[in-house]
Design a protein around this ligand. Sequence first.
Ligand code: HEC
Length: 95
Amino acid sequence: MKKIVTGIVVALTATTTLMAGVNAAACTGCHGADWSKKALGKSLNVAEMTKADIAAALIGYKDGSYGREMKGMMKGQVAKYSDADLEAFAQTIGK
Ligand code: HEC
C-alpha cells in the first residue's frame, strides 16, 4: 500500500514538473504587467481578485460556465491549458 501511494505522489510530481504552465506573457498585453488593467475595458481588475476567484474564472472560461459578453475571447486564451495548469497559475497571481 505504501508503495502504491508513493508511486502516485511521484507520478503527480512528475506531471506537475512536466507541465510548462500558463504563458503569462500572452495575458499581460490585455491585462497589464501587474494584472490591474481592465482588459479591453471589459474585465475586472484581476490583481484585485483572490487566487480562488481567478482559478474559478479561468476554469470556468474553459468549460463555458463563467464569463460575460467577452467570455469567448478568454475561452480562446485558456482552452489549451489543463485545469491543473490554470489552478497552479492562479496561485501565482491575485490575492
Ligand atoms: C485579447 C485580450 C485578452 C487576453 C490576451 C487575455 N485576456 Fe483575460 N480577459 C479579457 C477580457 C475582455 C475579459 C472579460 C471577459 C468577459 O466578458 O467575461 C477577461 C477576463 C479575465 C479574467 C476574469 C476577470 C473578469 O473580468 O471576470 C481572468 C482571471 C483573466 N481574464 C485572466 C487571463 C489570463 C490568465 C490570460 C492569459 C492566459 C488572459 N486573461 C488573456 C481579455 C484578455
